[in-house]
Every structure is written in structure tokens, then in C-alpha cells.
Write a protein that binds this ligand. Structure first.
Ligand code: ATP
Ligand code: MG
Length: 392
């Protein structure tokens, strides 16, 4: 029986996307279609103290939150696609001698061991071929993408989802989820020519740089056509801005978070911004100019990390010209961040609009809410897109 027929007879169950972020738990549900249609976009604060370094340390608390949120929003689902925290995941493109899939299944652990900073018997490794094996000479090398995460980190996610009454179908990595969600941005008007689940990331061999800046972790990825050229974790994330403010003004985390969201800018505040953000005299000590001075070193570190990642790629693979840059993740919403990164690197940088990859019934959604939360819904949307893809 052909694969397509098999799929028709036993359709793959639809799965929702669940990201348990260190700042917020996000759930996205889609109705399959081309493109899929958004049915739910839920975000709830992650219970304080329930996560450490991206890992859930209080599974029951988090599971109850997920369950309650689903009930409250009338979301009925059995299956879920989720992700491991960036802190514990690694993905790399590596070259291996040409061999059959079966041999590679055996060899992959030994190959991966060279690149993965964990004891190999504690990690789960997956891989995919990047080239058509038929196009490679018998004694040639083939490029593969390897993804690895500690088995314990995967088990922790699976445990939380099961406690929430969900059956995990895929545990993905955030760079892949991000890119899937941003296809609508990356391909622009060319999107309709691709399928949502397969196909290219960029058109005409263009290179795009994508950064997902979460609360406690960030990733940077370079993509060209159908290929992820590089995906790396970077050490600076949105919490670092908050912690700098916390320290400078001697505040608790929540108060520092409020100052960041209310007053922080990533570029020297203009007079208008000063006026606009300075409306509350009792908070004069947090003037945008002072806040900017406090977060400036963190911004410098973030830009250094981006430069370092590009350098790392250039050393390995040669020069690369970045055609377009997108920021995603809640951290992308720092006022002026896209402009600041753009100025520093000489790139045109935009905040991503992941909802372009799906259809949204505007009579059912508050479009203002969706627009203002687009950046942080990138990863969970990418997970949900995998959940409605007919591939795998
Ligand atoms: P992680 O993936 O790292 O575990 P997360 O998924 O919970 O974290 P997100 O939901 O993507 O993180 O983003 C939350 C972060 O975005 C917080 O640090 C928050 O302060 C920051 N953020 C949200 N809105 C703004 C804003 N307007 N200005 C600056 N920062 C913002
Ligand atoms: Mg996140």
C-alpha cells in the first residue's frame, strides 16, 4: 500500500503545541489545513519556583496549570508536541562517510559523541540526512543534522505532559520549531508555493538569520533554502536584562521585570520616549536614560554573542552574507531591540510575525492580543505546526 493511502486510512492524530517556558507556559492548537487554522493560543505564567535552568522541578504543579488552562479555554486534546529546554539540547551539522541508513543508525552515537558535551549513554540522539544519498559518490562524505538532548530532560517533559493528561508524540528542539513557525516570514509571498510541513525556509538561496530570545535561553540559527546551516544556543536571554535592573536598583525580580517592560529601551531613548515613558514622577529614578545605561552592557553581550556565532560559522564553512534577520521570543519585544541589533551589525532586523504561517479567524480572536504576543508564541506555534503536519 502506498504511504499516502496508508495515511488516509489511518490519519495521524492531530497534536497541540506546548512550550513550558521558564516565564510562561504557552499552548497552541491548530486545525489541520493548508495553511492550518489557529484555534487556541493560550499563555499562562509559569508558577514561580516550578522551573530551574529551563527544567521543570515541580511537575505536578506545572501539569495542573496546563490542565486548568485547557479546561478554561475549552481545549480538548490528547496528543502534544513539546520541546526540551535549549540549555540541555544540542544540534549540529556534521559530515560522515557515506553509508546506508541502517549503518548510520548504529554509527550515529559514535559520531555524535565527538560533538556532544554530555556522556553519550545519558543522551538521546536523533539525526536526519541533509543530502540525497544518491547524489553522493560511494567514497564521499554526507552532511547530516544531529540533534541530542539528555534523556533525563526529555523524560521530565514527558512526565509533565502525561500528568497533564496529554500524550507526547514528538519532543522537538526549539530552533526547528522556530524556523517552522517563521516560514511565513522567511518565504514571504512565496509561502503558497511550499507545503507547510516540508519545503524551503528561504527562497533563491537567500540566507536568513533568526534569533529566538526567551526568558532564560536564546538560540540563533542561520538558514538557506531548505537547510539549517547552523543553530546555536547563546548565553544571553531576556532575564539577563531583568537581573541587571534588579541589581542596579536593588529590586525583587518582579519589580525589575515591570521596570524592564515599562521603561527599558535598547537604544538611547529619544526625547519623545523620555516624555512618554517618564509620565509617572514617582518613578523618576527609573528614567529611560538610566534604565538604558543599566541594560546597555547586557545588550553589548548579546551583540557580541551574535557576532561570535557568525564568526564560528564563517570559520567552519566560509563567508556568509545575511540577507534578512528576524527576532522572535518574548525578549524580541524589548523596545528598539531590532533597531539596536541592526545598527550594530549592519543588518536589517525585524521582529517576526509567526501568525503569517496560519490563518486566523478574526471574529474569534483578539487580533491586538495576537499581535502583541506574536514573538513569544513562535516556538509553541512551531510545535503545533509539527502536530498537524502529515509528515513523520
Ligand atoms: P524560555 O524559553 O527561555 O524558557 P519563555 O518561553 O518563558 O522562556 P518567552 O515567553 O518567550 O520566554 O518570553 C518571556 C520574556 O520576554 C521575559 O523575560 C519577558 O520579560 C520578556 N518580555 C516580554 N515582553 C517584553 C517587553 N515588552 N519588553 C521587554 N521584554 C519583554
Ligand atoms: Mg521560550
Amino acid at each position: 500500500m502506498s504511504k499516502a493511502l496508508q495515511r488516509l486510512l489511518s490519519p495521524k492524530p492531530t497534536a497541540i503545541g506546548v512550550e513550558i517556558g521558564s516565564s510562561a507556559i504557552k499552548i497552541v492548537a491548530l486545525k489541520p489545513g493548508s495553511p492550518p487554522q489557529l484555534t487556541h493560543a493560550i499563555s499562562i505564567p509559569t508558577p514561580i519556583g516550578s522551573m530551574r535552568e529551563g527544567l521543570v522541578v515541580e511537575p505536578q504543579t506545572v501539569a495542573t496549570e496546563i490542565r486548568n488552562a485547557m479546561t478554561k479555554h475549552g481545549l480538548n486534546a490528547r496528543f502534544a508536541v513539546s520541546t526540551v529546554p535549549n540549555q540541555s539540547a544540542v544540534t549540529r551539522n556534521i559530515m560522515v562517510p557515506k553509508m546506508a541508513r541502517k549503518e548510520l543508525d548504529e554509527a550515529i552515537r559514535w559520531e555524535a559523541e565527538k560533538y556532544i558535551p554530555y556522556p553519550i549513554d545519558e543522551v538521546t540522539v536523533d539525526y536526519d540526512l541533509l543530502d540525497d544519498p544518491d547524489s553522493i559518490a560511494e567514497d564521499g562524505q554526507m552532511e547530516i543534522v544531529v540533534a541530542a538532548a539528555p534523556t533525563e530532560a526529555i523524560a521530565r517533559q514527558v512526565e509533565v505532559l502525561r500528568l497533564a493528561g496529554l500524550e507526547p508524540t514528538v519532543i522537538d528542539l526549539k530552533p526547528f520549531a522556530t524556523l517552522r513557525a517563521l516560514r511565513g516570514n522567511l518565504l514571504g509571498t512565496h509561502l503558497s508555493r511550499t507545503t507547510m510541513s516540508g519545503g524551503a525556509y528561504t527562497e533563491n538561496g537567500e540566507v536568513a538569520l533568526v534569533m529566538e530570545i526567551g526568558a532564560s535561553s536564546s538560540i540563533i540559527a542561520l538558514v538557506r533554502g531548505e537547510r539549517v546551516l547552523m543553530a546555536r544556543n547563546i548565553a544571553i536571554a531576556a532575564d539577563d536584562f531583568t537581573m541587571a535592573l534588579q541589581k542596579a536598583f536593588d529590586l525583587d525580580f518582579t519589580a525589575a521585570e515591570d521596570i524592564k517592560i515599562g521603561y527599558a529601551t535598547a537604544t538611547t531613548p529619544t526625547e519623545d520616549e523620555e516624555d512618554l515613558l517618564n509620565f509617572d514622577l514617582s518613578r523618576e529614578q527609573y528614567s529611560p536614560a538610566r534604565v538604558f545605561e543599566v541594560i546597555r552592557p547586557v545588550l553589548g553581550d548579546l551583540i557580541t554573542e551574535i557576532r561570535r556565532s557568525l564568526e564560528y560559522y564563517r570559520v567552519q564553512a566560509g563567508d556568509v552574507v545575511v540577507d534578512r534577520t528576524y527576532l522572535a521570543g518574548g525578549g524580541a519585544k524589548l523596545r528598539g531591540l531590532a533597531a539596536a541589533i541592526g545598527d550594530a551589525l549592519g543588518f536589517r532586523v525585524e521582529v517576526a510575525s509567526p501568525w503569517l504561517s496560519v490563518t486566523v479567524d478574526e471574529s474569534r480572536f483578539d487580533t491586538g492580543y495576537l499581535q502583541s504576543t506574536a514573538a513569544e508564541f513562535t516556538v509553541p506555534l512551531g510545535l503545533a505546526l509539527r502536530g498537524v503536519s502529515s509528515l513523520d
